[in-house]
Every structure is written in C-alpha cells, then in structure tokens.
Ligand binder design. Sequence first.
Ligand code: SF4
Length: 326
Amino acid sequence: MVINYASNHTIIRETYKGSVFMEQQHFAELCQKLNQQGDNISKSVLDEVNKYRAQYNKKKLPVIWIETNDSGDNNIAFLNTTYPYAGQVFTDMIDLLYSNSFMAAQGKNALNILEQAAEKYKGRFTLVVEGAVPVKDNGLYNIIIRTENRSITALEAVTWLGNLAEYVVAMGTCGSFGGPSSARPNITGSMGVNKILDREVINVSGCPVNPDWFVGTLAHLLMYGKPELDDLGRPTLFYGYTVHRHCQRRSYFDRGNFAEKLGDIECMFSLGCMGPRTGADCPYRQWINHVNWPVKANTPCIGCTNKDFPDGSSPFFLPLDKKGKK
Ligand code: SF4
C-alpha cells in the first residue's frame, strides 16, 4: 500500500511492519489514514503509545498545563477526546504535574505544587499554555494564581515556566497567535505565547483545538520529540493541507457552483468560507468523536486555525475579498 505523506508529499511505503517497532513514519501513517479504516487517531495512538512505553520503558510525558486568557473552550474540547478518553491520557500518556483548570488545589497550595514541579522537572517538562497572554499594564488582566501575599500573572508564569520547559505547546488559537483574546480592539494587549518567549513554541491552533491535534502532538513529543512544523510553528501532521483541498464540496467549487444561502448544497465560498486559506484536516478527521465538521453541518469554515483569526475572517459570512475590513 502506498500513501501520501502530508508534510512533504513524499511517497512512503508501508514497510514498518516486521521492521523496528513504531518508526516515526509508522506514527505519521497512523495519523493520516484514520478514516480509510473508519477508525480514529486517538484509539490507534493510545494502543501504540502503550506498546511503545512497555517495550522501551518510556516514562510518561511530564506536563505543566496553565490556562491563561481564553474562553475555556480548549480544555472542554480536550475532554471530548475519545480513545483515549481524557482519563486515559492522564493515566497512560502524561504526568499532569499542575493544571489550574483540572486540579483541586488553590492559592498557596497550588503555588507550592507548581514551584516544586517546575524545580523537580526543570528542563524535562512540557509546558502547555492554553490561552493568550495579556501584556498591557504588566499583565494585570490575567492572574492565574493568587495567594494572600502574591498575585502571579499569566505573563509572569509563562515567562518563568517557558524558560524552564523542554517543550512549549500553545494550545488553541489564543495561545498560538492571540486569537479572539487579541481581536480588535484588544484592550488587554493579549498576544500569542511565541511573542512572549524567545524560544520555539509548538502551535496547536484551533478555536477550539481538535482533541486529536492536541493528543497527537503530546504523543509525538512523548515518542519522538518535536514534530515537523509548518512556517506558523504547527505540526504538519494536522495542518499540512488546506481545508479546501479535501472538502466534500470541492467538486462544486471546481465547477463554479456556489451556494446562494445557508442550507444550499453547493460550495460556500460565496458565503465566506475560509477553507481555501486555512490549514487543517477537518474534512476527514472531523469533530465530536469524528462525526461532523462545519461544512458538513452547512456552515462555512471560519478559518479558526489561522494566525489572523478572528479579525481576518470577519464578517464570517462575507466573501474573502470583503473580510478583514475595519
Ligand atoms: S465549502 Fe469552503 S472548503 Fe469546501 S470547497 Fe467550498 S470554499 Fe472550499
């Protein structure tokens, strides 16, 4: 069997079976051929990660996960992960050392946990930042830990932890590029993590992120280290092709048949679809346990993985040449 490798169009052959266990190439194939089998990436990935960890005695990925300036949509999307379910991610894939969204500790107790984790796992943990970072007024508009004596802003936490981490993963479009948190008029001065840190940041964009993109990125870090990234710092495994390339309505576009209103079956380029300039694998990975995605649900792609989302996509239902105007 021959398949296309999404990142560079190189033709690779299914030679991994019978060779060294779980080559990186094998992992890439797993991520890309999910729908050909009616399967999904998360289930395949968990099985393979568990086998790999057992064979090579790999430890789980230590993760410090901080939620900053976002709507909470990304951790909710993550909780929709299936095979592995969220609990399995925590028990089998990652050591969640700290999370201001998922843990019970508060205030000084939470700060103690964070300080101890950052010290113990210095240079080895993965920092996940879910949300943008407000910088106006010294970051005052997003405080992630408050004790009796101290308030720690997202700006302070990201700067501190980002310089200690082995990898930094920006989860969602706010974390990656500022996203809705930095939309006009951006009164908090919010921006993406890579504008705060003078180091490489892996951007797993999306508003919200697809759970597969996030879980798949963590799995890649655990097994092989940093995945191949595109020029926006995103894993090419998931963002290497445009939505438009694999859209089910592409034949209408190619024949110039465009929808006049929502609900029409033709291509929705005329209704503001951003698919032609949005990198993401939504048409075949889909959402909600892999059953649907916006165009299939009769609404245009709004380009939520893009660097200029949402300002560059607005108004959502006007054609591309009319978007992004103030
Ligand atoms: S609906 Fe959007 S993504 Fe699909 S073919 Fe039309 S323009 Fe492309």
